[in-house]
Design a binder for this molecule. Structure first.
Ligand SMILES: Cc1cc2nc3c(=O)[nH]c(=O)nc-3n(C[C@H](O)[C@H](O)[C@H](O)COP(=O)(O)O)c2cc1C
Length: 153
């Protein structure tokens, strides 16, 4: 199964998890970037507002076409109990090109269920599987990642 992992990460937590999954699945990976639009304290506030209000914002051009893949894995930090704005933006642009979808999110401790639900809603697809990692899980994510990968295969 040809798989693409698409993720956004503001402070590299989601990035670390994405890279572990990518290595285990040996799949293609695309990081969504936006020239640090949400950096720092002001960026945090802006991100929270935009995510809560479901606004899109500009992202850099992508290099991999999601329609070339059987499965697209979406990885996002939780922002205000939602997906991060750059991932929302990506999905608003490309959701029609996604065939099958799996999703995961990282967060401090809550809002993951609604964030994952919102990804399903925006893509109009039931995920093959999902995973959330809280701050506690991040210290030792292997077990959850292994289950996620088993469910994908
Ligand atoms: C704008 C903003 C809103 C956030 N909202 C939540 C939240 O609702 N619940 C939560 O547990 N963590 C929240 N967080 C924390 C991040 O989800 C968490 O630190 C995440 O693992 C960061 O991932 P990253 O390093 O890949 O950006 C928020 C962070 C930001 C920047």
């Amino acid at each position: 199964m040809k798989t693409l992992l698409v993720y956004y990460s503001r402070t590299d937590v989601t990035k670390k998890i994405a890279e572990i999954i990518q290595e285990k699945l040996n799949c293609d990976i695309e990081e969504i970037t936006d020239n640090n639009r949400y950096k720092g304290a002001i960026g945090y506030l802006k991100g929270g507002m935009n995510a809560a209000m479901r606004r899109t914002s500009e992202i850099n051009p992508i290099s991999k076409n999601p329609s070339d893949y059987d499965l697209v894995i979406i990885g996002t930090p939780v922002w205000a109990s939602n997906m991060a704005t750059p991932i929302y933006t990506y999905l608003m642009k490309y959701n029609k090109e996604i065939k099958k979808m799996a999703s995961f999110c990282t967060c401090i401790r809550g809002g993951y269920d609604s964030a994952l639900e919102n990804i399903s809603e925006v893509t109009g697809k039931k995920p093959v599987t999902t995973m959330f990692l809280t701050s506690k899980d991040i210290e030792n994510p292997q077990e959850k990642i292994n289950t996620f990968i088993t469910n994908i295969k």
